[in-house]
Every structure is written in structure tokens, then in C-alpha cells.
Design a protein around this ligand. Structure first.
Ligand code: SF4
Length: 930
């Protein structure tokens, strides 16, 4: 067995992992105890990485060879890499010659490695001469970039994770850290245990798992963050808790802001934000009293039409109180993606250049052109993510190259995105997974290497550069992203030699390290100078923070400790910001504020995590959450199907009451794209997942779209005919069945298809759950097809069929041992009211021989012996909510004592710890009920 140190490919915490492998097979993963981001810990997502990469099952999802589609809508056919890249180069060169350089665009990803990012950026801005290169980091971090630059002068988070250990107050705002950055949250939990006086304030419209454990939760109305921060500053000023000496010595612009925040009285702020005045006063008091305040923030601030203003308003608070550049203090933006920071470092966005240079700055453009050996870098700003797809939809951009991202799931306003992909003359998708929706729009598919195979570097939220190392070779003909780009670029150079300036090539790289060295040189003298760093040093001494200039042996733990900032006068700048409402406020027609966010066990569009049934144990199916009062008012109950409709589109999904969501607000997890949630709309079009609803409105400065707020209406969907089908499948058949079921989803007004099961080595189980609803029963061949895909064919299948009433049932029981049989697959069509217990029989693999006939009776009540386990809370040890509740009933003592007894008995929360916040909530609920 081989062990390889690498980095988790999911969130911006950037945990170190040790990959275990045998030959081409990844066999295990564990946290790297030596990595300073996690010290050996991993969350549910990181600790299941090896399962998502395990061959041969994982290979079913991978793109293994280049594929070309003759015509849209047809199946693609294989071709060689040479033929694929020649065609790509011909098509790009032809479009550039006919329509100009800005007729092509590159849409890349914060999940690429820094080396991949660097060559993409050079290809677009250097070789082709277009700034049309943007990334899904635009949907994630661009407001943080703009906020830092406006206030502190550079895109550099000033803090480190170790500041958590030194803080007296942690202010989490616009972030559900417990779910989105779990290992950082474990560190916060540790710090609270070690320092009982450490306070936690959480500002979030939802009472998330993070908010639930806070000392103070500020449930502000969506989008009102600037009013909250200005209101806090108003109170700090009023109470004399600002740091006048720091303001005078190290900042500029305070007087103008002071005049603005005068209007943000507690009463007015409480009104705008929808919070109690007393809570605001309490928050200001704690902020003012704290010797070290650390703010942690993420998409709640960034994904907003006033994202930059929100970021700046928060930084203003820290500057006004001198809470920056000291241990435990500072505004610390958490990156969503594993290498959003690396992308920013190489300037891989439409308005940036290498090493934090600005496209708008002629001197910076000249520096980069000299570094690359081209005559110039064009001054015209490139199209940012939303603009790029809008331009493609309008026919202005004619060729798109999409790498390592799934815009047909993740971009807002999917109608425009799909129009763009359909209208483009030529779409290249460079991707590891064949199953993403975007692949269906590609003219050319290029297979990419993935986690466990890639080689390069990434930078996490605390500016720490880690090595990503290959444990196994890429499968099939998959290639590293940087390699494919270099091969394409060299071909394009032969077709467009004008920008080579007499050089043989702009892309002379044979290894990722050669690419990285050029990037390193570009940072010389810049705020992120890493000229003292090398792959060798990373290999010998482990991950390092930037800056780390030549001559130094260690990177900077925190920035601006001397009070000097990278601005013209060395002073940080207050930005005079005022509150503006979301671009699309809720109104009488669209009375709900829809917000989106992450699930604990899923990652983005789920192209990787969505293949593991065990990661659906916590949240098994898509749903829209509303406050129970809103359900009551609308005559809805849990599980009813509703239309959620915005000004751009409509989707159908089950409703779920949740006290976490405030009245007049709605929540849908960001992950539910067309791959898992589909159907056809009333006009016969395909439903396009959650982002059919979201708005393309963006922040005018950062151009980051407002994914956190959309005005929607919620109406009951009258779809009387329902279907629930589920079955265990041999692993080698599961993916094909899933893909075929997914293709069938569009035949219903509503349909979802998700896996379930336990992939844990010895007891690997793969199951599929297909749910659909319609106005009437579909033709019987459709139902027969679903049954066939789930193995419900043959004489031994128990059946009930009443076509007149639209009722149909099929059950397959298989012998288990000498006396027992278990339910292996079922279809309930028409009346599915028995779904809970029949599903329990199947998923919990309970003895089923006693229920043969009962299984076929529509509306049959649950037998006493079949008790639903309920939702899974602990993924590592497969512990359900029902088990936890019944065990807690026998526990005694205070909350900590009961939690300890619970963990001792069930082991829940004793491995990755991701479920600990939820366990604490269940303990509190039990205590208060008692
Ligand atoms: Fe990966 Fe979880 Fe660590 Fe994020 S917190 S890097 S998802 S293991």
C-alpha cells in the first residue's frame, strides 16, 4: 500500500489528507495530522473521498476519452486527443479570425489547481488577447476580493485559522460554518471549550446549526447586512468604543462614514433588519468590549447585489475598533472553494491580472505583457460569469471553453445559461465527470484528471499553499487540465502566430512545477510575494502561508500588524456605504424571500458526493423549507408538492416545515440541479433545478450575482398521481439505471432521483430512489420501464394493478437466509401513503416475509413492528434521529453529560464531528421538553 499526502478538493478550509492506494486503486483516506488546517481531522465529505474515487464503480461516472458530438442532441463519439485538440484549435482560430478575439470565452473553476488556472489565464489574456476568462469563483468570492481591495488595498485575508484560538469574540456573519467549513467549526468548538468566556455571535436569516449554538443569534432579514454593520458602528461610536488612535494613525475616510452611520439609529436598524433592538445593543456591547474580535464571513455577504458594500461595511467595523493585525482579530473571509484563492493569485478572473495586478492599471498590464513576452494585454475588461453567458445567449460570444465546473447547474437564471450553451457555435467541456448537465451541451468533451490523480498546488482561506499530489494515474485517457490547455495552446499558436513576438511558444512547460515557477516569479515584489517558496520547500516543510519572499523561511501568519496597508498612502480606507435592499425585494406577487445554501454532506453540484448513497442519509431528497406558520396559512403539510416560482422560472418540489426558516422566507439547498430534481414545466420545457429561479442581478462592483436572494411565490401543486420507486442494485448497474431514470424525469411534471445506501467496504449497498408526480398516470410502458430498471420484472415479482384507478404496485422480495426474505425493490404508483413503512422495510433491510399481501394493498397501515429509523444524523456510524431520541430518553444530567452518554452509547459524533451541532440541538430539545 502506498500513502500520498495531498489536499481535500472540497471547501476552502483546505484540509490535508493522506491517500492510501494500491496500484491504480484509491483504497482509503485519512486526515493528515501534520497539516496545519486540520491536524488530522476530516469532515463527512473529506472522510468519504476514497469511496467517491473507488474504482471500478467510480469509473462509471468518469469521462475516459475525448468525445465529439456531430450534432446537438446526439450521443458523442470517441476520437483521439490529437484529433480533438486539432478540432478545438481550428474552431477557436476560425471564430477568432471571423469575429474577433472577444468572440471566445473561458469559464473555469475555483476547483482547478493554481497551475491549471495560470495556463488558462495566459492562454486567454496572453495568447488569444481576450480578457474573457472568468470562473465560478465569481459566484463565490469576488465580493470579498473587491471588499478587501477597497478597504485594505489588496485582496489578502489578514487572518489565520489560529486566530480562532486567540479571539474573545467570534462574529460569524453570512456563513453556516458548521456545515460549510466543518473542520474550522471544530476548531471554534475547541476554542470555546478551552476559553469559556469566548463569545459567539451569528448573524444569519436562518437559525442554522451554527446560529443554534451561538451566544447571540441575529436573525436579520435577507440582504440587510450593511444596515446591521452600520448600526453596530453607530452604537460603537455612541458608546465611545471606537479606537480613535488607530483611526487617526492608520486609516482615512472615517469622517464621511461617521456622518452616514449617524442615521443608522438602533430603532431604524432594528426596523430594517427585522431584529430586536436589544439584540443589536447586546451585539454592539460585546463587539466593543472584546479585546480581540474575529469576523468570519462567506456567501451570505458575497452573493449579493450589494456584496462589495457588505464586505466593506464589515471591514469598516474592524478598522474603527482597531480589530485587525492582532492575534484573534480581523475580518476573515472564508473561501467557498478549495482554490478560489489560487485563482485570485494568478489573476484568473476577467478583471484581474497575475499576482493581484489590476487589468485597469496600464502599468500592471505592461508588467504582465513583459513577463509573458507578448506585446500587450488588452485593456478592455473581459466578461464576468453572468455577462459571459448573457453575451453567448445574445450571439456575441460564439465559442465557450468550460473547465471543471457545471454552469448548467450552478449559474443563476438557467434559462439564459441554457440559451447561451445552445446558441454557441462551439462548446468545449473539459471535465472529469460525464454526468454533469453541462456535458450534454458540449460539442467536444475532454476527459480531465481529478482528485487523487492531480499534481500541483492550492491555496486555502488563510493564504496557505498546499501541495496536491497524485496517488494514482488518471483513468483511461484523462489528462491533467494544465496539460490539455498547453497542448491546445501550442496548436492555437500555429494558427495565430501574431502574438508570439518571434518566440517558439508561450507555453514551454513540461511539468506543473515549471508553470508554478513562472507564477512565483510574477509575484516578486507584490503583496503575495512567494519568491522564497518552492515545491521542494513545500515537500520538506509542509504547507506555507503567503507572503513568503526570498530570504524568509516562514510565511506571514497575519497581515497589517504594523498598521501599514498596501495603498498609495499606506492607510486603510473606510468606505462610505449605505444600505440598499436586494435587487428583487419580495412583494405582494412574490411574497417569499428565497435563500440558498449548503447541505452538510454535499458539495456544490454533487458530481462527486452525489454518487455516494451514504451522503444522502442526512438529507435524502430535495425540498423547499418554509416556516411552519406559512405552511399552516397555506393549508400545506410536510411532503406536499408546491410550485416555487420566481420571475424567471418555476420548479416543483416537496415542502418541509422548518423552524430554522423565518416566516415569509424560503430555503432550498444550492445543490439540487437538474441531475437530481427535474420534470417538465407547464409550457413543456425541462425544469432546470434550483437555479431556474435565481436572479442574474449582480453587485455593480464585484459582478457577483445575488444567489442569496430571490423573490418567489409558493403555491400548492395539484398533482394527484404520485409514484415512489426504490430498489437495491448491483453497483455495476446502479449508474446506468440512474442515468436512464434521470432521462425519464422529464416525462413528469415533477421528478427526483437520488441514491441511498452504505458504501462502507464490506457491506457496500447501492440503492436508487425515484419519486414522481403528475396530473394522471403515465402510459403503462413508462411504469414498466421504471420497474425494469429497478429489477422489478419476472414471475416472482408481486403485483397489483388497477389501471382504472391509476393504482399499481410491484414488490420484489428476495430470500435472506433459510427463513427470512427481504424487500429488494418496489414501485408504488397512485396511492403512495404507505411509503414510510415500505421504504423503511427496504432501506433498513428488515424481515419482510410476513407482509407479502399487505405490501400490495393501497393505503395499508404500517405494521407495529416496522418502525421508521428516521433521518440519519451521524453519517460515519449510521445513527438516526430516532435512535438518538430513544437513547436520550434514558440519559441524565446536564446537556454536556447527556451528550457524553449519547456518544458513548451510539458513537455518534465521535469520528468526524460534523453532526455534533445537531446532536447538541437534539439534547437541548430533549432537555427543554423534559
Ligand atoms: Fe474537505 Fe471537510 Fe476539510 Fe472542507 S472541512 S477541506 S470539505 S475535509
Amino acid at each position: 500500500m502506498k500513502e500520498t499526502r495531498s489536499t481535500c478538493p472540497y471547501c476552502g478550509v483546505g484540509c490535508g489528507v493522506i491517500i492510501e492506494s494500491q496500484g491504480p486503486q484509491i483504497t482509503g483516506v485519512r486526515g493528515d495530522p501534520a497539516h496545519p488546517a486540520n491536524f488530522g481531522r476530516l469532515c463527512t465529505k473529506g472522510s468519504t473521498l476514497h469511496l467517491s474515487a473507488a474504482r471500478p464503480v467510480a469509473l462509471q461516472t468518469r469521462l475516459l476519452q475525448p468525445l465529439r458530438r456531430e450534432q446537438r442532441g446526439q450521443a458523442p463519439r470517441p476520437l483521439s486527443w490529437d484529433a480533438a485538440l486539432d478540432e478545438a484549435a481550428d474552431r477557436f482560430a476560425g471564430i477568432i479570425e471571423r469575429h474577433g478575439r472577444d468572440a471566445v470565452g473561458f469559464y473555469i473553476s475555483g476547483q482547478l489547481l493554481t497551475e491549471d488556472y495560470y495556463v488558462f489565464n495566459k492562454l486567454a489574456k496572453g495568447l488569444i488577447g481576450t480578457n474573457n476568462v472568468d470562473t465560478n469563483s465569481r459566484l463565490c468570492m469576488s465580493s470579498a476580493v473587491a471588499g478587501y481591495k477597497q478597504t485594505l488595498g489588496a485582496d489578502a485575508p489578514p487572518c489565520s485559522y489560529e486566530d480562532v484560538d486567540h479571539a474573545e469574540l467570534i462574529f460569524i456573519t453570512g456563513a453556516n460554518t458548521a456545515w460549510a467549513h466543518p473542520i474550522l467549526f471544530r476548531r471554534i468548538e475547541d476554542a470555546r471549550r478551552a476559553h469559556p468566556k469566548l463569545r459567539l455571535i451569528v448573524a444569519d436569516p436562518r437559525r442554522t446549526e451554527t446560529a443554534d449554538v451561538a451566544d447571540l443569534h441575529l436573525p436579520l432579514l435577507p440582504g440587510t447586512d450593511v444596515a446591521l454593520f452600520n448600526g453596530l458602528l453607530h452604537l460603537l461610536l455612541w458608546d465611545g468604543r471606537i479606537d480613535q488612535r488607530y483611526i487617526e494613525a492608520h486609516t482615512s475616510g472615517f469622517e464621511a462614514l461617521k456622518a452616514t452611520v449617524r442615521d443608522y439609529t438602533p430603532k431604524e436598524v432594528a426596523r430594517i433588519c427585522g431584529i430586536e433592538e436589544s439584540a443589536l445593543l447586546q451585539a454592539a456591547q460585546w463587539f466593543g468590549e472584546s479585546a480581540a474580535t474575529l469576523s468570519l464571513y462567506c456567501q451570505g455577504l458575497n452573493q449579493s447585489s450589494s456584496g462589495t458594500a457588505k464586505n466593506a461595511a464589515l471591514v469598516n467595523l474592524h478598522l474603527a475598533t482597531g480589530q485587525i493585525g492582532r492575534p484573534g482579530a480581523g475580518p476573515f473571509s472564508l473561501t467557498g472553494q478549495p482554490n478560489a484563492m489560487g485563482g485570485r493569485e494568478v489573476g484568473g478572473l476577467a478583471n484581474l491580472l497575475s499576482a493581484h495586478r489590476d487589468l485597469a492599471n496600464p502599468a500592471h498590464r505592461a508588467e504582465v505583457a513583459a513577463l509573458w513576452g507578448v506585446t500587450d494585454v488588452p485593456a478592455t475588461p473581459g466578461k464576468t460569469a453572468v455577462e459571459m453567458f448573457e453575451a453567448a445567449a445574445e450571439g456575441e460570444i460564439k465559442a465557450l471553453w468550460i473547465s471543471c465546473t457545471n454552469p448548467a447547474q450552478s449559474m443563476p437564471d438557467q434559462a439564459t445559461v441554457r440559451r447561451a450553451l445552445e446558441r454557441c457555435e462551439f462548446v468545449v467541456v473539459q471535465e472529469a465527470f460525464a454526468t454533469t448537465t453541462t456535458c450534454a451541451y458540449a460539442d467536444l468533451l475532454l476527459p480531465a484528471s481529478s482528485w487523487g490523480e492531480k499534481d500541483g498546488t492550492v491555496t486555502n482561506s488563510e493564504r496557505r499553499i498546499s501541495r496536491v499530489r497524485p496517488a494514482v494515474p488518471p483513468p483511461g485517457e484523462a489528462r491533467h487540465d494544465w496539460q490539455a490547455v498547453v497542448d491546445f495552446a501550442r496548436r492555437l499558436e500555429r494558427r495565430l502566430p501574431q502574438r508570439l513576438n518571434g518566440r517558439a511558444t508561450l507555453f514551454p512547460y513540461e511539468t506543473p512545477e515549471q508553470v508554478w515557477r513562472e507564477h512565483r516569479e510574477s509575484t516578486r515584489g507584490r503583496d503575495l510575494d512567494i519568491t522564497g517558496l518552492s515545491y521542494t520547500l513545500l515537500d520538506q516543510q509542509g504547507p506555507q502561508q503567503w507572503p513568503l519572499p526570498e530570504g524568509q523561511s516562514r510565511g506571514a501568519v497575519r497581515l497589517y500588524s504594523d498598521g501599514r496597508f498596501p495603498t498609495a498612502d499606506g492607510r486603510a480606507r473606510f468606505v462610505n456605504v449605505s444600505y440598499t435592499p436586494p435587487a428583487e425585494p419580495r412583494d405582494a406577487r412574490y411574497p417569499f424571500s428565497l435563500t440558498t445554501g449548503r447541505l452538510r454532506d454535499q458539495w456544490h453540484g454533487m458530481s462527486r458526493t452525489g454518487n455516494l448513497g451514504r451522503l444522502f442519509g442526512h438529507v435524502p431528497e430535495p425540498a423547499v423549507q418554509l416556516h411552519p406558520q406559512d405552511l399552516l396559512r397555506r393549508g400545506l403539510k410536510d411532503g406536499d408538492l408546491v410550485y416555487v416560482t420566481s420571475r424567471r422560472g418555476s420548479i416543483v418540489l416537496p415542502v418541509q416545515g422548518s423552524e430554522q426558516v423565518a416566516p415569509a422566507q424560503a430555503f432550498i439547498a444550492m445543490h439540487w440541479g437538474e441531475e437530481f430534481l427535474s420534470g417538465s414545466t407547464s409550457t413543456g420545457e425541462r425544469a432546470r433545478g434550483i437555479n431556474a429561479l435565481t436572479t442574474p442581478a449582480f453587485c455593480p462592483t464585484s459582478k457577483q450575482p445575488e444567489l442569496k436572494h430571490t423573490a418567489v411565490k409558493v403555491l400548492k401543486a395539484e398533482l394527484p398521481w404520485a409514484l415512489l420507486a426504490a430498489g437495491w442494485l448491483p453497483q455495476e448497474q446502479a449508474l446506468r439505471a440512474r442515468e436512464e431514470l434521470r432521462a425519464m424525469m422529464r416525462q413528469f411534471p415533477f421528478a427526483s432521483c437520488v441514491p441511498f445506501g452504505r458504501e462502507d467496504g464490506e457491506q457496500d449497498r447501492t440503492g436508487l430512489l425515484f419519486r414522481a408526480a403528475g396530473h394522471e398516470a403515465p402510459p403503462s410502458e413508462v411504469l414498466s420501464r421504471i420497474e425494469g430498471l429497478l429489477g422489478l420484472s419476472g414471475a416472482e415479482v408481486l403485483r397489483y394493478n388497477d389501471a382504472r384507478r391509476g393504482q399499481r404496485r410491484a414488490m420484489r422480495l428476495l430470500p435472506h437466509g433459510a427463513k427470512e426474505s427481504r424487500l429488494h425493490a418496489f414501485v408504488l404508483a397512485g396511492d403512495i401513503s404507505a411509503e414510510a413503512w415500505i421504504r423503511t422495510l427496504l432501506q433498513d433491510e428488515l424481515p419482510a416475509q410476513a407482509y407479502g399481501r399487505l405490501l400490495l394493498v393501497p393505503g395499508a397501515k404500517a405494521p407495529v413492528a416496522v418502525q421508521a429509523r428516521g433521518r440519519q444524523v451521524c453519517t460515519c456510524f449510521n445513527v438516526s434521529e430516532a435512535q438518538i431520541e430513544s437513547t436520550l430518553a434514558g440519559c441524565e444530567g446536564n446537556a454536556d453529560g447527556r451528550l457524553a452518554q449519547l456518544q458513548q452509547q451510539l458513537k455518534c459524533g465521535t469520528n468526524c464531528g460534523s453532526c455534533v451541532p445537531e446532536l447538541k440541538r437534539l439534547v437541548r430539545m430533549q432537555l427543554s421538553a423534559a
